[in-house]
Design a protein around this ligand. Sequence first.
Ligand SMILES: Nc1ncnc2c1ncn2[C@@H]1O[C@H](COP(=O)(O)OP(=O)(O)OP(=O)(O)O)[C@@H](O)[C@H]1O
Length: 227
Amino acid sequence: MIEIENLFFSYTGSPPYILEGIDLEIRDGEYVSVVGENGSGKSTLLRLILKFIKPTSGKIISPSKRIGYVPQKKDFSNSDFPITVYEALNSYRRLLKIKNKDVIMENLEQVGMSNFMNALMGTLSGGQSQKILIARALMGSPDLLILDEPSTGVDITSQKEIYGILKKTNQENGITIVSVEHNLDAAVSNSTSIYHLLGGQGHLCTPQQYADEFLKNKRKDDNGVEL
Ligand SMILES: Nc1ncnc2c1ncn2[C@@H]1O[C@H](COP(=O)(O)OP(=O)(O)OP(=O)(O)O)[C@@H](O)[C@H]1O
């Protein structure tokens, strides 16, 4: 469980705050999508949960020891430093001090990328590289998986596959997921809860409530007619 109590945060340490009095409980096994406008503090909240940064005031209690993290999409097309999928995952395996090399294949299979072991990272599509980043994040058998916009820059087919992988990871392997989402339909279809950040404050709701309260309004034109 992650417990956030009366959390305030600003990058300068003084007002104005990006996050103001956040109270949030995420139970084990949940799949929470964090949504909100650009600049509303979604990635900042993830960084706080990951302990990359500290709250200005308030508390975050997260007993998770093994956290997998999928950062915002990276560009691997740097031909000056070609690295294969295997090499990328193997160096991460060494970093985590996992002795058994089989984890590389097991995790590639889990994301449907076992045929890409020898492919250069720079040659992968956006969706394929995102799946490799998910495989990497799953390598240490995390109990908590944190993702920052998993489907941004990814084609529609790969998006479906990625959400399928995440849903399976959550439902079958019981891994808690906290994911920043710009894809609001995916957030509604896949999550168990949605955390909506607005004006520095957050509101936890069910996917159905979010769809009813917010998505419906977004889909109306300026005259209130549903699009
Ligand atoms: N390292 C930083 N130093 C100072 N300000 C920052 C830093 N990172 C983000 N900010 C500011 O904090 C605010 C929240 O940023 P954050 O990236 O958390 O928002 P977000 O909701 O994830 O946005 P987006 O949807 O555009 O990714 C923004 O005003 C941003 O400019």
